[in-house]
Design a protein around this ligand. Structure first.
Ligand SMILES: Cc1cc2nc3c(=O)[nH]c(=O)nc-3n(C[C@H](O)[C@H](O)[C@H](O)COP(=O)(O)O)c2cc1C
Length: 480
């Protein structure tokens, strides 16, 4: 049985020595965030703060802050499995004929196991009220110059106003007062798109902010799943079992039944106010920018909810590990569109949208550039600032191997492309304008005659088999 909720996750993490409890009183204003950062920078455990000043609700931090914890949470060690499950579904031909249909039944039912199931109640409906306040929650202030308290691991549920396809996106939310907040969905994200469509219709958009849920649902909210694919279905595919949903009480939005807390309300896309500054993933304070307001209309929660949070800042913090899982899980999908791609890495220091390395099996001239241009047109990869494309013999996860490829196979003038005035990540502190900047691509693959490289292609040095075997067999004699 996959992990159902945060309470079960806590006991699993504890069982594996991956969680510690802090019993002394701690402050949600700056203190908890600093403890969480120190533990993340020193490879520490997840932390359950049991005694938070002024609140009777515990706070869980760094729950997904290591590959081991993510393996426990998502119950797998090879995260490419997630992408493989999706690509397998697209390969499944529709059976014709009665016998073929029967033969395909196990595969079809495996798929339908992943569908979300609507329930009339669930743990999160234990307490519901139309009068709610953000003051009930131990929301953190993370950095001294942050504009205030921010929900940092809220799953923001919206419905596409025309197709009804459900989305979850993790966007930070700045608290303004008891019932108002600012929704930081960046321009290129699905939540922002839903909101813009509502704005065009002259409407406000119903929004639920979810705290907690199945680990796979939390992961699904961060994963860059293309519009059209229901994020609740994606969560079910990730955990191989559909999640249970319930309806909100004051708005028409479905939410995970196993959540800890659901904050119901709506975003008014026409009511923009100054959001930020906020100490961000890049390691800098993102300056003030206008974002739309969220108004709280109700709350659903468990009897004993746990507030789940994260802290961002200069890499490497918790988000880096989640990003690694996204990188692994989307590799099969990248390969579906670009079969020459062998591997793919987004080093955490580049806060994911900054820098990516792709290895390919090159078969024709200019192929590295074709891959770059393809990926710059693919979902959130469109926001990646720099791509380096290498040959398949280069290990994309070994930065020394990558630097060796760049410095021995790329010529700066010939193999660097710069494209100006492209969409960039909203958080990029270096782009000339917010959301608009340039891309750099380095083709660090070996150039061929067809690509105009007239020189002799130099062979990489490699030990011969005979010498390698000799040294292997005598290794202990050298007493090194
Ligand atoms: C801890 C954390 C905080 C995030 N905060 C934001 C945010 O404030 N705004 C935003 O647009 N994306 C934010 N993201 C990234 C989105 O969650 C991510 O791009 C996701 O794929 C968006 O989902 P969507 O494609 O459905 O919009 C955050 C990610 C993490 C891990």
């Amino acid at each position: 049985m996959p992990i159902e909720d945060i309470h079960q996750l806590i006991s699993e993490l504890e069982k594996h020595g991956e969680l510690k409890r802090v019993k002394v009183e701690v402050d949600s204003e700056l203190e908890i965030a600093e403890i969480m950062r120190r533990e993340m920078y020193s490879d520490g455990p997840a932390i359950l703060f049991e005694n938070v000043k002024g609140f009777d609700m515990p706070v869980l931090g760094n729950a997904f802050g290591s590959m081991k914890r993510l393996e426990i949470a998502l119950e797998m060690t090879d995260f490419t499995e997630i992408g493989k499950r999706i690509t397998e579904m697209t390969r499944m031909e529709i059976p014709s004929g009665f016998l073929n249909k029967i033969k395909k039944l196990p595969e079809l039912s495996k798929m339908s196991n992943s569908f979300p199931k609507q329930e009339s109640s669930g743990p999160v409906t234990e307490f519901t009220s139309a009068s709610a306040s953000f003051d009930e929650l131990p929301i953190l202030k993370s950095w001294p110059n942050d504009a205030g308290k921010f929900i940092t691991l809220g799953l923001v549920a919206t419905k596409h106003p025309e197709t009804g396809v459900r989305n979850l996106g993790t966007y930070r939310i700045q608290i303004l007062d008891k019932t108002h907040a600012l929704m930081h969905w960046q321009k290129h994200k699905r939540g922002a798109d839903h909101s813009e469509i509502s704005k065009d219709k002259g409407e406000k958009i119903p929004v639920a902010i979810i705290i907690g849920g199945e680990p796979a649902t939390i992961f699904s909210s961060i994963a860059p799943v293309p519009e059209g694919l229901d994020k609740y279905l994606f969560a079910g595919i990730t955990r191989k079992e559909g999640i249970k949903t319930v309806k909100c009480k004051t708005i028409d939005v479905d939410v995970p039944a196993n959540a800890e807390i659901v904050l119901e309300g709506y975003v008014d896309p026409s009511d923009l106010r100054d959001e930020g500054p906020f100490g961000d993933h890049t390691g800098y304070y993102t300056p003030v920018e206008p974002y739309p307001t969220f108004t709280l209309t109700g709350i659903m929660k468990r009897k004993n909810p746990i507030y789940v949070t994260t802290v961002v800042g200069k890499p490497i913090l918790e988000d880096a590990y989640i990003g690694k899982v996204i990188e692994r899980s989307f590799l099969p999908l990248v390969q579906m569109f670009h079969p020459e791609v062998r591997d793919f890495s987004m080093p955490a220091a580049g806060w994911f949208q900054g820098f990516a390395i792709i290895s390919i099996k090159k078969r024709y001239p200019g192929q590295a550039k074709k891959v770059m241009m393809g990926l710059w047109g693919m979902g959130q990869l469109a926001l990646t600032k720099m791509f380096v494309v290498v040959d398949e013999d280069i290990n994309v996860h070994d930065i020394n191997d990558v630097i060796w490829a760049i410095t021995t196979r790329a010529d700066a003038a010939r193999d660097t492309i710069i494209i100006n005035n492209t969409p960039t990540d909203t958080l990029d502190p270096a782009s000339p304008l917010v959301n608009l900047g340039s891309k750099m691509g380095i083709d660090a693959t070996q150039k061929t005659k067809e690509e105009g490289y007239e020189r002799e292609i130099q062979k990489p040095v490699k030990v011969d088999d005979e010498t390698r075997k000799l040294v292997d067999s005598r290794w202990s004699q050298y007493e090194l």
